[in-house]
Design a protein around this ligand. Structure first.
Ligand SMILES: [Fe+2]
Length: 441
């Protein structure tokens, strides 16, 4: 009996060896299977660039080069967009064939997080939109993080940045912190920045890498529903600009003029630029105040098309005014060390030393907005354009409802009498909206 079991064990061992040999032979005959590649971890981003009707670009940075892939869709992330070209660490993937003004979810491979954004409306569409405007960040002991957090809470479908993100564009660590502090905002809000003087401390290398479309200069324009937004570069290095002095080339001026020629007359035209045409710091500094080069550029454009408003930064405070019929904003309270404005200068309608950002709403021929501090308190409100035609059933920003009330002030009445769109900023006292005390930090 014991002998029988011993023979049985030997037979089983022999069969086992045979099976093992056969498996090895099979494995040798089978073609090698490609190893499943693991996407490298995401180290910064994602953020969203170039929002146009039907498309948007997702950008992010990875620890190692790879071919970027983005999963996206309206309900499930079941569509795949793959990066063209060779493996890189600085990724750009364009999502195409998007429905207008539709919420999309997306996930970048290498990250477990899923985010959502709202796609751009069709160019010229008379649809209500909201736009966040802010700028001049730096890390500055967390002040930028406070502004970014408050701004992210607005859930705006579009953000305009007036330039100056980090103090030294050569410092990769400052960019890492900047992207960390902007993460919640930029993962969900398409981002349209302009070049600040601090973005040319490395000759624009980092700005180009992170934000600039690779096939065009830093000045460009986009149509976003009822808006035409011209992004100017007030620190154009090819025009001799340095971090301490602005410059606009003749080529940029000619482009701006031709760009505006194509814009329908009833379109809201906004200009985004770092150093604006006017600003009034309490203490004069070389390279600050309004830019003559930008004023000259805007003057050329205004001969072609009315400019509803210019959004700028460069000075670290909030200022709103109207000079020579041009409405302008200085929105530079995005986290950089605050400075004192001079609210007494003729044409300045309000100015405050405050960490702040603006939310602007466009609805048909109406354009109006509020400026808030980091606690969410409204520190200013304004109207940029109005007309007798109501803007429909849109639910307005609560702070703006007062502006639309029947007794909202004589300026509204004047607009109705004229029966056409006005383009001007105005004081808010008549509208029953009080300015809060300036916030200083
Ligand atoms: Fe600046």
């Amino acid at each position: 009996m014991r002998h029988f079991f011993a023979r049985g064990h030997a037979l089983a061992a022999l069969l086992g060896l045979l099976a093992c040999d056969q498996l090895q032979a099979l494995a040798q005959r089978r073609p090698a299977q490609p190893e499943k590649s693991v996407p490298p971890p995401v180290v910064s981003g994602p953020w969203l660039l170039d929002p146009e009707a039907g498309r948007i670009t997702v950008a992010w940075l990875t620890q190692a080069p790879s071919i970027g892939r983005v999963w996206y869709g309206t309900t499930a992330t079941d569509r795949l967009a793959t990066e063209e070209g060779h493996a890189v660490s600085e990724h750009r993937v364009t999502l195409a064939s998007l429905q207008p003004q539709t919420q999309y979810r997306y996930r970048v491979e290498g990250s477990a997080e899923t985010f959502a954004f709202t796609s751009a409306p069709e160019a010229g569409a008379e649809v209500p939109i909201e736009v966040l405007v802010y700028g001049d960040n730096r890390t500055n002991s967390g002040d930028h993080a406070l502004v970014a957090r408050a701004a992210a809470g607005e859930h705006a479908p579009l953000a305009l940045h007036t330039g100056d993100m980090v103090v030294n564009a050569n410092d990769a660590d400052l960019w890492r912190v900047w992207f960390e502090e902007e993460h919640d905002l930029l993962a969900s809000t398409p981002f349209v920045p302009t070049v600040g003087n601090h973005e040319i401390t490395d000759s624009g290398v980092a700005y180009s890498k992170y934000f600039q479309h690779r096939d065009r200069p830093a000045y460009w324009s986009l149509d976003y529903g009822p808006l035409h937004i011209a992004v100017l570069d007030s620190f154009e290095t090819s025009a001799g600009a340095t971090p301490h002095s602005a410059g606009v080339s003749e080529a940029q001026k000619a482009w701006f003029e031709e760009d505006l020629r194509k814009v329908p007359k009833d379109r809201h035209v906004w200009v985004l630029v770092h150093q604006g045409p006017y600003s009034h710091p309490a203490r004069a500094r070389p390279g600050h105040g309004g830019s003559e080069a930008v004023r000259a550029t805007l003057a050329i454009g205004r001969l072609v098309h009315p400019i509803e408003v210019v959004f700028a930064g460069h000075e670290h405070f909030y200022e709103r005014g109207e000079i020579d019929g041009l409405s302008y904003f200085v929105l530079g309270g995005g986290g950089a060390p605050l400075e004192d404005p001079d609210p007494s200068f003729p044409g300045v309608q309000t100015a405050q030393k405050a960490l702040s950002y603006a939310m602007v709403e466009v609805c048909g021929c109406h354009a109006r907005g509020v400026v808030k501090d980091i606690a969410g308190r409204m520190i200013d409100s304004f109207r940029l354009a109005s007309c007798p035609k109501p803007c429909g059933n849109q639910e307005m920003l609560p702070a703006l409802a007062a502006l639309e009330a029947p007794d909202a002030g004589s300026l509204d009445a004047g607009s109705r009498r004229r029966g056409r769109r006005r383009s001007r900023t105005e004081e808010t006292a008549d509208a029953g909206v009080s300015d809060a005390e300036p916030t200083s930090r």
